[in-house]
Design a protein around this ligand. Structure first.
Ligand code: BG6
Length: 482
């Protein structure tokens, strides 16, 4: 019986973007500046993302790719028409907090910002595409960073709740799927990019980051509570940068290290989905002398407002080892570096390519949480070179996606409930980790280069028709040439 199983009817095939990597118009129509508008494409980018350099004003010599990004702000109609042509059932995007509340704590929301997303949602519905909305995809209004130190401060909890309530009220008839924080575990790795946090030299890194995590977890729970009140039909999820840490060897020390590493990320989802701080986290706080300030009612709030589904990004698996020799051989991969796995290939950016890892990760999350899963990011960042006639034969991307789809189907056959799949950057957008345009994920090519040259013109790659066919056949056709 299971061999005949296909993707479920109504499976939400689609694509995903984030406001700052696609919209541009970074100060248009009253939008305020955010942390992610302050990431230059230069060799300082990494240190800024890590919160090691205080960079709250743009520097004139630097190029900031997100300021114009791919101009989705003005070209969304054309882009959505192309998504519709591919047959998208869903489209994931984020709402820029600073488009709605330019300073983060303004009395009234910015009507022009609200109107922009109204227009985008209306355009999506025109084609029967379901919006999937991330409330915060890394962005924090700079004014909140300057005045309060961003998520270091508990003030942000209520401000985020106000932002969430405002958008639930406004879009309750247009949006059914919400997620609170994109890759919430990014906070521990790239605190400035992920959460607007600049670390001062005299600060205890863990103390600051886990306190900020508590604030984000409270904010997430408050958003869930508000969604239930304002838009009870909606589904609201969390979002994890996923990918298992395989033990490098069968040495029990490596097995434990892998488990421990996984828990560093699961910690967030354990709270968001199970509603309480896990024992291993309490032990970690204690042993590291962390004093996480909580108020009366916090733990009840977390307990009573758990998420409906688990959204996750999957690009790579990782490897964990305790052997100093093995540890010398590192590779990158969605920001979390890891020991290189001798059994897998890597992308042009050194990210491990491991399709089976998607099945493993989906099973792992299902076993742990028993809640519907939504694969909200996956894809291959690669260099695309247009032929003389402008065509792009991105067979490597098709191969990557095909292999991942096969494994996603295997997970479904394993009994894992997966409600949809939105590939990352269905149209080329700015890379979060490097700020490059050259690192492309799209089915749609955008004429724009790393230095900001180009016409912004859109054109279809070979993968465009391939993905269209996958969606048309609900995944029946994965292997055939188009
Ligand atoms: C995820 C983020 O970490 O990976 C996205 O949610 C990001 O914002 C994506 O773009 C791919 O990473 P990159 O660095 O290739 O853009």
């Amino acid at each position: 019986m299971t061999n005949d199983m296909r993707f479920p009817e109504g499976f939400l095939w689609g694509g995903a973007i984030a406001a700052n990597q696609a919209e541009g118009g970074y100060l248009e129509d009253g939008k305020g500046m955010t942390n992610v508008d302050l990431l230059p494409r230069s060799n300082k980018r990494r240190a800024i993302m890590e919160g090691k350099i205080d960079s709250l004003k743009p520097n004139e010599e630097d190029f900031y790719p997100s300021h114009e990004a791919i101009n989705f702000y003005h070209r969304y109609k054309e882009d959505i028409a192309l998504f519709a042509e591919m047959g998208f059932k869903s489209f994931r995007l984020s709402i820029s907090w600073a488009r709605i509340f330019p300073n983060g704590d303004d009395e009234q929301p910015n009507e022009a910002g609200l109107k922009f997303y109204d227009n985008v949602f209306d355009e999506l519905h025109k084609y029967g595409i379901e919006p999937v909305v991330t409330i915060a995809h890394f962005d924090v209004p700079v004014s909140l960073i300057e005045r309060f130190g961003s998520w270091k401060s508990r003030r942000l909890v209520d401000l985020f709740e106000k932002f969430s309530r405002t958008i639930f009220e406004r879009y309750k008839n247009k949006v059914k799927y919400w997620m609170t924080f994109n890759e919430i575990n990014m906070l521990l790795h790239l605190p400035f990019m992920g959460a607007g946090i600049v670390l001062k030299e005299d600060e205890d890194r863990n103390q600051v980051l886990y306190q900020a995590a508590h604030h984000q977890l409270l904010a997430s729970a408050k958003a869930v509570q508000a969604a239930r009140e304002i838009t009870p039909e909606a589904q609201i999820g969390c979002m994890l940068a996923a990918g298992m840490n395989y033990p490098y060897s069968s040495n029990p020390e490596d097995i434990w290290k892998g488990m421990d590493k996984d828990r560093e990320s699961f910690f967030f989802i354990d709270v968001q989905s199970r509603g309480e701080y896990p024992g291993y986290a309490k032990r970690f706080f204690e042993e590291n002398n962390l004093d996480i300030k909580m108020q009366d009612g916090d733990l009840e709030l977390l307990k009573e407002n758990t998420v409906d589904y688990i959204g996750f990004s999957y690009y790579s698996s990782r490897c964990a080892s305790t052997d100093p020799e093995v540890l010398k051989n590192q590779t990158s991969g969605n920001v979390f570096g890891s020991v290189k796995n001798p059994y897998t290939k890597v992308s042009e950016w050194g990210w491990t390519i491991d399709p089976k890892g998607l099945r493993i990760t989906a099973n792992q999350l299902w076993d742990r949480y028993q809640k519907p899963l939504f694969v909200v990011e996956n894809g291959l960042g690669a260099v695309d070179t247009p032929e003389e006639d402008g065509s792009i034969h991105d067979d490597y991307r098709i191969e990557y996606l095909r292999e991942h789809f096969k494994e996603m189907l295997e997970a479904i056959k394993d009994g894992v409930e997966i409600i949809g799949y939105t590939s990352w950057g269905p149209i080329d957008i700015v890379s979060a980790s490097t700020g490059e345009m050259k690192k492309r994920y799209g089915y749609i090519y955008v004429d724009r280069d790393n230095e900001g040259n180009g016409t912004f013109n859109r054109s279809k790659k070979k993968s465009f028709d391939w993905y269209k066919q996958v969606i048309e056949t609900n995944g029946e056709s994965l292997g055939e040439e188009v």
